[in-house]
Design a protein around this ligand. Sequence first.
Ligand SMILES: Nc1nc2c(c(=O)[nH]1)N[C@H]1C(S)=C(S)[C@@H](COP(=O)(O)O)O[C@H]1N2
Ligand SMILES: [Mo]
Length: 430
Amino acid sequence: MVRDADGGLRRAADARLRRILTWPATPPRWRPQAGPLRSARLTSLLGVALGVAFGVCFVTGVLSHLVQHPPGWFWWPSRPVGLYRFTQGLHVATGLVTVPLLGAKLWSVYPRLFTWPPVRGLAHAAERASVAALVAAALFQVVSGVLNVAHWYAPMPFFFTTAHYWVAWLAIGGLLTHIGVQLPAIRAALSHSKAPEGDRARQEERARQEERARQGEAAPGDEVAPESGAVGRREVLVAVAAAAGVITVATVGQTVRPLAVVGVLAPRRPGDGPQGLPVNRTAAAAGVRDVALDPAYRLTVAGFGRSFSLSVTDLAAMPQHTAVLPIACVEGWSSAATWTGVRLRDLADLLGADLAGAEAVVESLQASGRYRASVVAGPHLADDRTLIALRLGREPLDLDHGFPARLIAPNRPGVLQTKWVARITVRRSS
Ligand SMILES: Nc1nc2c(c(=O)[nH]1)N[C@H]1C(S)=C(S)[C@@H](COP(=O)(O)O)O[C@H]1N2
Ligand SMILES: [Mo]
């Protein structure tokens, strides 16, 4: 029978692996001991919280990536105006909450790194390797994400966006595998108080624990005396929840304006900056000071075989519209502002072509740099709140906010709100 043959093969491979890896019978003395506090229930509760935070973070992160780098099949609406602001705020907030959760989770299982013997066979080796990959990926995501929120790119010799995106897939793959492998143990640990005596998963896990205990390698999660850790466990959970709460309150002010005063850990706060709005990249940093202030500035609009140029006076003479729209930076801060200017759609209409199925490429005076241009897809091109803004509040745009003209559209990441606009090219979307 095939099944027997498979099992036989695996047993033979396992036996060979064990012959190669001949561990001393007794573990070294420096092996950390599992205390009663590190119970399976604590580990499982932390794991569930971490899984939820990580899941929300993953979904909102993939969404953000799709919005910024849309593949052909992807469609993103221009309304609700603040949807991206919400999903990205949630991404950063859940990501920051994983810092204490991941720390506590790793603390609760850390003596398991030293299980003896280190490798018990092929399946065990594969499981340990997958957990190692998961831990490495999760730590990478948390550390790189925090560095990004802190605008500290120096320790990252790679392009953050690409690395953070691909490692997220590694982490989620590792996480799903881990949950699959641990499901019986999680269920057993969490059904501890509620499940009827005969619960099978629980019995199986009990049996496994007893077996491990007999082999003198009681895992830290194994509840030898479940009651002894009860008070301590609650304290640990309260401390972790408190840490998560403090981190959230101290950072969420970068996007929730009423909490800005307590946002002591938020690198940027709504309301701080010229004209009451933070600046991502200054005109000086982008190298556009002189060209942006040059009276010879013209905005070129091109497409469908036509092209024309407008001065700031020409733009100001067109119908002006006002919209309250947020800048929602992927780095986690966001702030709403009142913008006034010309509708992008009105400019495109001057080309005299049918705009159905069209998109616009908006380019900056900035000669180089990753965010010097962006594509405005159909829904945003058609939206009457998508503006080439000339004014912020009551004043002309500050030079650092994109003077003389910048793009501002609803429901888009900040990186796509191109400043110092020099050229708009309208084309059929591919
Ligand atoms: N030309 C140009 N436009 C740009 C950028 C840039 O680097 N160059 N940065 C973008 C990013 S990442 C953000 S968050 C917003 C911030 O706009 P603000 O500086 O006016 O707040 O501008 C966007 N527009
Ligand atoms: Mo940004």
